[in-house]
Design a protein around this ligand. Structure first.
Ligand code: GDP
Length: 325
């Protein structure tokens, strides 16, 4: 295989080829590690939105407590549920304990306590079910939680509960509702929305189905070849802007560095030549071409070192001819 280690040309494909050739036993090791992993789903949201009711509908009143949070404060209770795919999932419940603490704390501190508790649950989760009440407004607290989910790189399913209380529903109700949710929770535009009625158990299992899909997306790896194809097409369609001095952002190559959340590294001539608006464009292009529904994705932009650039100008030119637009 022809590669250029300096510019990175072809190294992603080389890595893919090496991985393909790995002994099967090694590959099995990795997947069995994945098999024993128990993904966690946290059920969070403001008081009274129906978190406990959802949990009861999912696992029943007699749920078995598998592990209280370590440390002095027990601020969430974990239980386990087996999904339709046969995989065991851990549910992190912040609601049951809240009641007791709320009574103990009382007053204005209660709200603050429940937000902090939700933050800790988000940190431990893989996927967060953010529950909102269909008939109540989306507030700053929901927005704060959504922001934290994105910051922590967690998957998310938005659960609109108490759907039974929405009057005069027709086929357009969910469309209107979705518009409102998207407008108010902008950072979560990629999260699927599930409409539930926990009081009679309606559609509650859809939360688990959606969370399972999200967890799969969050763990998905793209091949370097597909990734670079998408990225280069996106650059051909809309090249980065030139600076006043005529400088132009150039991309050498892109690689997926991590999963959970999917993280992509863009190796470029100068990262500052790719403004925020361009980075958002690239994220949109990635999402529309390769999915990643329900999970934040991270795009990291790395400048090639100056010394590399100066001394290896000719190698870079070779790479640019191949990859830039
Ligand atoms: P939590 O504080 O978020 O755990 O909320 P709860 O599960 O305790 O629910 C608060 C109240 O809302 C209770 O009176 C529930 O019976 C009611 N509730 C929960 N889910 C629904 C629902 O889907 N529809 C209706 N109508 N009421 C619900």
């Amino acid at each position: 295989m022809g590669v250029s280690a300096i510019s990175g040309t072809g190294t992603g494909d080389l890595l893919d080829a090496v991985c393909l050739g790995l002994e099967s036993s090694k590959v099995e090791d990795v997947s069995s590690e994945d098999d024993t992993r128990v993904p966690s789903i946290a059920i969070i949201g403001k008081p009274n939105v129906g978190k406990s009711s959802i949990l009861n509908a999912l696992v029943g009143e007699e749920r078995s407590i598998v592990s209280p949070v370590s440390g002095t404060t027990r601020d969430a209770i974990d239980s386990e549920v087996t999904g339709p795919d046969g995989q065991v999932y851990r549910l992190i419940d912040t609601a049951g304990i809240r009641r007791r603490t709320a009574v103990a704390a009382g007053g204005s501190k209660t709200e603050e306590l429940s937000v902090n508790r939700a933050f800790r649950a988000i940190r431990r989760a893989d996927v967060v079910a953010l529950v909102i009440d269909a008939m109540a407004c989306i507030t700053e607290q929901d927005w704060k939680l959504s922001e934290r989910i994105v910051k922590e790189g967690k998957g998310c399913v938005i659960v609109v509960n108490k759907w039974d209380t929405v009057p005069d529903k027709d086929h357009k109700s969910t469309v209107h509702y979705e518009q409102d949710v998207r407008e108010k929770l902008r950072g979560l535009e990629w999260a699927p929305i599930v409409y539930t009625s926990a009081i009679d158990g309606k559609r509650v299992t859809k939360i688990l189905d959606a969370a399972i899909e999200v967890e799969k997306e969050r763990s998905r790896r793209l091949t370097t070849a597909i990734l670079n194809q998408v990225v280069h097409e996106a650059m051909a369609l809309n090249p980065p802007p030139r600076t006043r001095g005529g400088k132009k952002g150039r991309l050498y190559y892109c690689t997926q560095a991590a999963v959970r959340p999917p993280t992509f590294v863009f190796f470029v001539n100068e990262a500052q030549l790719f403004p925020d608006v361009y980075r958002r464009y690239m994220e949109k292009q990635l999402r529309s071409n390769v999915g990643y529904r329900g999970t934040p994705i991270r795009l990291l932009w790395r400048s090639k070192k100056k010394s590399d650039k100066d001394s290896k100008e000719s190698s870079s030119k070779e790479a640019l001819a191949e990859t830039s637009v």
